[in-house]
Ligand binder design. Structure first.
Ligand code: ZN
Length: 123
């Protein structure tokens, strides 16, 4: 693995994509002690970087999943950038990510593609 990338696993059990992020971005977040939001490039689940996982060898990041697993998934969109949650509330992409920790655009694309498996998955 190249040294300038850190890796993390998508915890969406149907996805499990191995994602990578530039090490420089992680270092900057560590220095500033600011939370770092990282969307899965495949299914759109968004994680908050917490700390490095020293138990796994290598450069894995520990991530904190957002609360509420099932109710957070979007049920549809209006085609112009608004997304509906399971309570019929309408959100923008940014609003949805802040509330539920899922990028609704990426997630719906992934669902409509019948949840394809990533070629790079974690064990
Ligand atoms: Zn994912």
């Amino acid at each position: 693995m190249p040294e300038d990338k850190s890796h993390w696993c998508c915890i969406n059990k149907e996805c499990k994509k191995m994602n990578s992020i530039d090490e420089s971005i992680v270092k900057l977040a560590e220095e500033r002690k600011k939370p770092l939001l990282m969307p899965c490039g495949y299914c759109g689940y968004v994680y908050q970087f917490v700390e490095r996982d020293t138990e796994k060898s290598g450069d894995w990041l520990k991530c904190l999943p957002f609360k509420g697993m099932e109710k957070r998934l979007p049920v549809g969109d209006d085609g112009v950038g608004n997304y509906k949650d399971s309570l019929n509330k309408i959100w923008s992409v940014e609003g949805y990510i802040n509330e539920y920790g899922v990028d609704p655009e990426k997630y719906l694309k992934w669902v409509r593609a019948r949840k394809p498996k990533s070629k790079q998955t974690c064990p």
